[in-house]
Design a protein around this ligand. Structure first.
Ligand code: MN
Length: 260
C-alpha cells in the first residue's frame, strides 16, 4: 500500500483523527487593538444577500468582510517590516508545500495559568526538548497556553498599560528560528507576540524574527490541548489573496487516533 492509501485507511478507521484548531468566525470574536494613533483591524462582518426569497428564490448566501488578520489567521513574511523584501513573502506566492507539515506543541498552560505574561524562553524550550527530543528543522512550533478557553474581555486582557498575554522572548523565538530552523510559530492568543511584546528588543520579537527569516505565524488557535507534543501534521493553507499579508483560515491537525 502506498503512504496515501495507508492514510486513507487510517482516516476511515480512526487510526488518524482530524482535529480542528480554528475558532468560529463571528462578529463577537476579539481582534487585536492597537494604540489609537494606528490603523485598526476589522472584526468579521456578514450580511445576507438572499435567503430563498425574492432576492434569490432558490439560494441563500452572504457577503462577508474582515481584516486579513481577523480570527484564526496566518501571518505571511511581508506582514512585518523585517520581511518586506523576503522573496515569495505574500500569501499568494508561498510554496503550497509550506502549508502541510509536522508540528511540535510546547505545553505552557501551567505557566500561563500562573502568570498571564508567561514567557517562552530558551530554558522552557530546552526543558521540552529534554523530554520530547530536539525540535526538527521545518516543523511548526505551537505554544499551548489554553488561552483559547478565555472568553470576552479576558481574551485580550487589556489594562491601562496594554494587553497582558503570554508569548516568546526574543531569545526564545531566535532559538526556534535560527537554532532549530522552524517553519513557523503559532499561539492561542491574538498575536504571535506577548501582550507586552512592544517592550522587548526588538519590539514584537516573534513578528520581527519570524518574518525577517521568511517564516510564518499562526494565531488565535484553539484545541491545542488535543494535540500530542510531537507526531501530528498541521494543515494550514491561507487564502490566495494577491499580495496578501495574511488570511483567516481553517487550521486542521492530523493526530494519531485510537487505532494507531
Ligand atoms: Mn496577524
Amino acid at each position: 500500500m502506498s503512504v496515501l492509501d495507508q492514510l486513507a485507511t487510517a482516516l476511515a478507521t480512526g487510526g488518524v483523527r482530524v482535529v480542528d484548531l480554528t475558532h468560529t468566525l463571528d462578529p463577537d470574536f476579539p481582534v487585536i487593538v492597537l494604540p489609537p494613533e494606528f490603523g485598526q483591524c476589522a472584526r468579521f462582518r456578514m450580511e445576507e444577500v438572499s435567503a430563498y426569497d425574492h432576492r434569490g428564490p432558490a439560494w441563500k448566501w452572504h457577503n462577508i468582510s474582515m481584516s486579513e488578520h481577523t480570527g484564526t489567521h496566518f501571518d505571511a513574511p511581508v506582514h512585518w517590516v523585517s520581511g518586506r523584501d523576503v522573496p515569495n513573502g505574500h500569501v499568494d506566492e508561498i510554496d503550497p508545500a509550506a502549508f502541510v507539515g509536522p508540528v511540535c506543541v510546547i505545553d505552557c498552560s501551567e505557566g500561563a495559568a500562573r502568570d498571564e505574561d508567561f514567557e517562552l524562553t530558551p530554558a522552557v524550550i530546552e526543558t521540552w526538548e529534554a523530554a520530547h527530543g530536539r525540535i526538527p528543522e521545518g516543523t511548526w512550533v505551537l505554544m499551548r497556553t489554553d488561552w483559547s478557553k478565555r472568553r470576552g474581555a479576558d481574551y485580550l486582557n487589556m489594562r491601562e498599560d496594554g494587553a497582558h498575554s503570554p508569548g516568546p522572548t526574543p531569545e526564545g523565538i531566535r532559538l526556534l528560528v535560527e537554532g532549530r530552523g522552524i517553519r513557523g510559530f503559532g499561539t492561542e492568543t491574538v498575536g504571535t507576540d506577548a501582550g507586552q511584546g512592544a517592550h522587548y528588543t526588538p519590539p514584537y520579537p516573534a513578528h520581527y524574527i519570524l518574518h525577517g527569516a521568511g517564516r510564518y505565524g499562526l494565531q488565535c488557535l484553539s484545541n491545542l490541548d488535543q494535540l500530542p507534543p510531537t507526531g501530528a501534521i498541521l494543515i494550514a493553507p491561507p487564502l490566495k489573496i494577491r499580495h496578501g499579508t495574511g488570511s483567516p483560515l481553517r487550521v486542521l491537525a492530523l493526530v494519531p487516533g485510537e487505532g494507531a
